[in-house]
Ligand binder design. Structure first.
Ligand SMILES: [Zn+2]
Length: 487
């Protein structure tokens, strides 16, 4: 029996078996960045999580189409453009570029489509026209609004009742028919003209879209009326995603998204990240202090449905795990790159190790199948690499070479895990060993066999000066570039 993927669905508040609408095709929309400033570590968590999740879906054989937008027309961008005397696109372009750089550094695979609001005004307009026709949209002095009480299912995602919902004051205009109504289109104001954020589509007078309508319009354009999965940060559940559902389902009479997944917050030293506390950690600042591998380990070290705390201790734990895994990988690097291929006969002993390898691999996949427990997956990957070094040690202890097939088995399964978690750049594992370095390794082994430790130490010093870490496994010496441990 094939094992099935299970994920928590915010909509049902239950862990459900994942079954996409069309066989093995998955359409996933993740709400993207509002590029008015550099992205912070909370964004990193959301996008690294979905990156792993989508890598895993692909590993499982799904054909995934990943759409992630840029909210390039927005109050915050306009504010910044005004302050800097620029057009909205100049601001958006700068921070979109910075975001893509940050994501690339964090090994996040680029989404298949990254639509911008400013390029989809026509699609937004069509949707607003449809909502007008169906009686959900009405116009007042400052724009066009969505009339929430007409949509009976309102509140189904955030699980709030009407009383709770009435307490939220989202849009301040007192002329709205209902306090819960939200804007679909905002008529142009002076600051919009100043920053060139004014559009004139068929649906409406000059102005710009409200925040929520863009995601309905763009997700349905690229993924159809019903998405398999809609995701984002937990803060988007209400009002953003609730409003997306209201608009989309009112327009199409179809379920907007089958599954909803939300990633929880990153707190900074126990406090919520906020502008007033000035405790935002920008991704690029974190990347100047920590390697991408360390940050990914950190970001994945807590299940996505729990808050994660950014503090010295949690980062130093991630750093230690990174370092330990790199030490194990150093041994693998030497074996994969330094030797001419040789083949040893497999024996019973290998079956035992191969059996263990398969157990780890299954545990790894199970951890992810069961609501994407990345923290478990990381700890299994670490134990797996520990097993590699222990096995290596056992062979060295018995004065044997570890069979190349076994090393390749370890490497292949490591590559599968790493391709899903995206922690290391595989290029790191390709190392060119110069002939003279390998000669020195041989020399050192000869001295050590003769118990001439003084000479052996001299060779060791030479290798260290050449930039290598030198490790001994009983009589066997291995070397790998010291840069590998530079975390
Ligand atoms: Zn959105």
């Amino acid at each position: 029996m094939e094992r099935k993927l299970k994920i928590y669905n915010t909509l049902s508040r239950e862990i459900e078996e994942f079954n996409p609408l069309n066989n093995n095709e998955v359409g996933i929309y993740v709400c993207g960045l509002t590029p008015y400033d550099y992205a912070h570590i909370g964004h990193a968590r959301t996008y690294v999580f979905f990156d792993v999740f989508i890598r895993f879906l692909r590993y499982l054989g799904y054909k995934v189409k990943h759409v992630q937008n840029f909210t390039d027309v927005d109050d915050k961008i306009i504010d910044r453009a005004l302050k800097e005397g620029k057009k909205f696109r100049e601001i958006a372009e700068k921070y979109e570029k910075a975001f893509l750089e940050d994501m690339e550094k964090l090994h996040v695979i680029k989404p298949d489509v990254m639509p911008r609001v400013s390029d989809h005004i026509e699609e937004i307009s069509t949707l607003i026209v449809k909502l007008k026709e169906k009686g959900y949209a009405y116009e007042i002095d400052d724009g066009i609004y969505y009339h929430v009480p007409l949509f009976k299912d309102y509140g189904k995602l955030s699980h709030q009742n009407l009383e709770e919902l009435n307490r939220h004051r989202i849009e301040p205009n007192p002329n709205k028919k209902d306090i819960k109504d939200f804007s679909l289109w905002k008529f142009a104001k002076e600051e919009d003209y100043k920053t060139s954020s004014v559009f004139k589509p068929k649906c409406c007078k000059e102005g710009r879209p409200g925040w929520h309508i863009e995601c309905s319009a763009m997700s349905m354009k690229y993924l159809g009326n019903t998405l398999d999965i809609h995701g984002g940060g937990k803060d988007l559940i209400f009002p953003h995603h609730e409003n997306e559902i209201a608009q989309s389902e009112a327009a199409t009479d179809k379920v907007f998204s089958k599954y909803w997944m939300h990633v929880h917050f990153v707190n900074i030293k126990g406090e919520k990240m906020s502008k007033s506390l000035k405790n935002f950690i920008r991704i690029r600042d974190a990347l100047s202090k920590f390697k991408a591998s360390t940050l990914r380990i950190f970001l994945l070290s807590t299940h996505y449905r729990k808050d994660l705390d950014y503090n010295d201790e949690s980062l130093s734990i991630a750093k230690k795990i990174d370092l330990d895994m790199r030490k194990s990988l150093g041994v693998m690097i030497y074996e994969l790159n330094a030797k001419n291929p040789y083949l040893h006969k497999e024996n019973k002993h290998d079956d035992r190790i191969r059996g263990k390898i398969m157990v780890y691999k299954e545990e790894f996949i199970d951890a992810l199948l069961n609501d994407v427990h990345t923290e478990k997956a990381i700890s299994i990957m670490k134990s797996f690499l520990d097993l590699f070094v222990e096995s290596y040690q056992e062979y060295a202890k018995n004065n044997q070479e570890i069979p190349l097939q076994l090393i390749h088995h370890f490497y292949d399964e490591f590559a599968v895990m790493n391709n899903i978690l995206g922690i290391y750049d595989e290029k790191m594992l390709k190392v060119n060993y110069p002939e003279n370095a390998l000669k020195l390794v041989e020399e050192r082994e000869v001295y050590r066999n003769k118990k001439d430790y003084e000479k052996a130490d001299q060779v060791r010093e030479k290798l260290i000066k050449m930039g290598y870490i030198v490790e001994d496994f009983y009589n066997k010496t291995i070397i790998y570039p010291s840069i590998i441990l530079d975390v």
